[in-house]
Design a protein around this ligand. Structure first.
Ligand code: HEM
Length: 513
């Protein structure tokens, strides 16, 4: 009896294996990019993805060395673009290789909005005037260098100063904190105070806690085949957040909110979404891109600076020249950090290169031959993983896999601060903020607020891990795939913050020196 069962099971497996191979062979056209990891069709790529996590795409590029390859998954095919020239070509075809349908499907599910609002979201989803693709145009002026951006940075800086002072008001001389958790909370408050103004819902600790319950489940909410019991906690947390944002928007967008928030709100209203609950839901979903990436980026930045004494000394030397002392108060010129602190600025970019895992997914709307060579078929996905570009020796040199905080210290030819040496680095190879039409509109603010936060900590504190082991290696294997563009550290790090001097601090200027 047992033998018969084993035989039946074995035969079924062999039959399924043969059928899968046949199916894959029949449905893969010869001018499509080669399907990889297909020894066990459809299952093989999934197993490798689960095994390799954030390293998956890099390993596939290293193993197969193809400019583009296909991943045949049970429900879809994904074309992974490995060669930079193909990414540039794909970004030019944004009406055929579009983010619109992906956002259109995901936002309604993440936000839990009504059918009427979902219809308004996907109306004209593929045109630049629709809700989805028109968004960047509507908010662009509020995030580009100028007074609105300066105000955002100034507000974030002011909250950082308050929260650091709160820490200093405790009774002890040194402060023991879990670095990642403390930074996550401080940067979340700084970012959201800047965006939402004095009525920022995240000032309520219960809302901050609800966010931490909501954020890790966001990608699962967006997926099609996840049963609702698996997202129960995320949806419960979402309810708490939505209640709070409903009250925030009860009389329209608050006057004291940032220009960015006002532009975002007006864009929603212009697209006939007027139900206040749905506006709140859209904001909860939209807050993901505002909040998620700055804290892990800042964590890795401080980790590298404080674990390398000579880098710390260089950063302090650069920053000292931006501090002016008057009547016992230290004023930091935050507007000059980007242009006057090449080492700090370069370290931030290197952090984003080294830990950047953005995937930049696009939907193929009709059959298209990329560069007249690679057939991309309708209803498939295109992916442009940052990891592949960020570790490509042909872009970054033979030591591409090493963390080198000086990598970005050469002056750029356009004089806009310390960026890439155009002779040795290719700007397009840096995908920390994505690229093309969907290049992160919050990038200037993100850089400004992270540099400001890091400057305040570097100038005011020494940091040492507790215990006598020095700075440990932080692993990044388990939590890295939660939809963030920067790898999240697996474990936190308990540290002692020790003030260097007992002085008062303020922000002096937003203009470059
Ligand atoms: C270090 C911090 C940040 C990183 C690493 C980051 C990264 C990214 C990346 C990689 C994308 C493009 C995704 C794609 O190509 O599909 C993106 C999009 C976006 N980011 Fe950021 N971001 C950061 C901070 C911010 C901040 C602070 C804001 C707003 C205040 C923001 C707002 C957005 C928005 C609205 C989009 C969507 C743009 C679109 O769909 O066209 N980001 N971000």
């Amino acid at each position: 009896m047992l033998n018969t069962s084993i035989t039946v099971i074995s035969e079924s497996i062999v039959l399924a294996f043969v059928l899968f191979h046949l199916l894959q062979w029949l449905t893969q056209k010869s001018d499509e990019p080669l399907a990889v990891e297909n020894a066990i069709p459809f299952i093989g790529p999934v197993v490798q993805m689960l095994r390799c996590k954030s390293q998956f795409h890099l390993r596939m590029r290293n193993k197969y060395g193809l400019p583009v390859h296909t991943l045949r998954l049970p429900w879809i095919r994904i074309y992974v673009l490995n060669e930079l020239s193909l990414i540039t070509a794909a970004q030019k075809q944004h009406h055929i290789l579009s983010f619109g349908p992906i956002m259109g499907q995901a936002i309604g599910k993440i936000a839990g909005t009504s059918d009427a609002t979902n219809k308004a979201i996907i109306k004209d989803a593929l045109t630049d005037d629709g809700f989805l693709l028109g968004f960047n145009k509507a908010i662009h002026h509020t995030m580009a260098p100028g007074p609105s951006l300066d105000m955002l940075t100034r507000r974030a800086a002011s909250t950082f100063l308050d929260l650091i002072d709160e820490l200093k008001n405790s009774t002890t001389r040194t402060y023991k904190v879990s670095l990642s958790a403390w930074m996550r909370s401080t940067i979340l408050r700084g970012t959201t105070d800047a965006v939402y103004g004095p009525r920022n819902p995240f000032r309520d600790p219960a809302i901050e806690t609800a966010w931490y319950a909501f954020e890790p489940g966001v990608t699962r909410l967006a997926m099609r085949f996840i049963p609702s019991f698996a997202t129960k906690k995320t949806r419960q947390a979402r309810q708490v957040l939505v209640r709070s944002f409903t009250s925030y928007f009860s009389l329209g967008c608050p006057e004291e909110a940032s220009d960015f928030m006002k532009a975002r709100y007006n864009h929603i209203i212009r697209h006939q979404i007027t139900n206040v609950q749905d506006i709140a839901k859209l904001e909860v979903a939209g807050a993901f891109s505002i909040i998620t990436n700055s804290a892990p980026t800042a964590f890795w930045l401080l980790y590298h600076i404080f674990s390398d004494k000579s880098l710390l000394a260089d950063c302090r030397l650069e920053l000292d020249s931006l501090v002016h002392e008057r009547d016992g108060m230290c004023y930091l010129n935050i507007g000059a950090i980007k242009t006057s602190c090449p080492t700090l600025h370069s370290t931030l970019h290197e952090v984003m290169r080294y830990y950047g895992v953005a995937q930049s997914l696009r939907a193929v709307l009709k059959d298209h031959k990329l560069e007249n060579t690679h057939l991309l078929r309708k209803d498939s996905l295109v992916m442009m993983p940052a990891t592949v570009q960020h570790f490509d020796p042909s872009i970054w040199g033979f030591e591409a896999s090493q963390f080198n905080h000086k990598r970005f210290t050469k002056s750029s030819s356009d004089g806009a601060g310390y960026e890439f040496d155009s002779k040795t680095c290719n700007r397009g190879g840096f995908r920390g903020f994505g690229g093309g039409l969907h290049l992160c509109p919050g990038r200037h603010f993100a850089v400004d607020e992270i540099l400001t936060f890091a400057a305040l900590i570097v100038l005011r504190f020494d940091i040492e891990p507790t215990g006598n082991e020095g700075w440990p290696v932080i692993h990044t294997d388990t939590l890295s795939s939660k939809g963030s563009a920067i790898i999240i550290p697996d474990n936190d790090l308990e540290v002692i913050l020790c003030p260097r001097e007992d002085k008062k601090w303020a922000i002096s200027s937003i203009t470059p020196s």
